[in-house]
Ligand binder design. Sequence first.
Ligand SMILES: [Zn+2]
Length: 150
Amino acid sequence: MQATIQSAEMAVAQCDRPILVERDAEGLQLALRALFEEALILHRMDSILRLADKATRDRAAEELPERELSPGYYRRAAYLLELSTTLELGVPVDPSTITRSDVIGLQAVRNARQEYEYDHPACEACGERQDNRFLKQCFKCATKFAGRGN
Ligand SMILES: [Zn+2]
């Protein structure tokens, strides 16, 4: 009997905190945005550091911006990205398993992605995402962007 009561309390404690994170659309959007930015930085590092030694790569990893929210947000954000990709790929998902919190989170994914894509437009020629939307030409393939003083 004792064990049953204890595990019930734990269940309450466990779902108490995640529910706050799951319903915090603003926080999730920030966390998602941070993950997109990290992915971009890691993608850049990957092409630069492919030949670098381990110490150089470790130092570079420390250059990632510090995460400002509690780890629960990034865990939730990673889950939402996976869910979003699953749905986009058309993998069948039982609609009854999608919760209200999932819908809130998927909206945050959409908003964060739109923000990210706006701030980092992809080069029309090579597809590489740019550091910002004010560059006049692609830093990678040097294609000039129309309407930016070219
Ligand atoms: Zn390009």
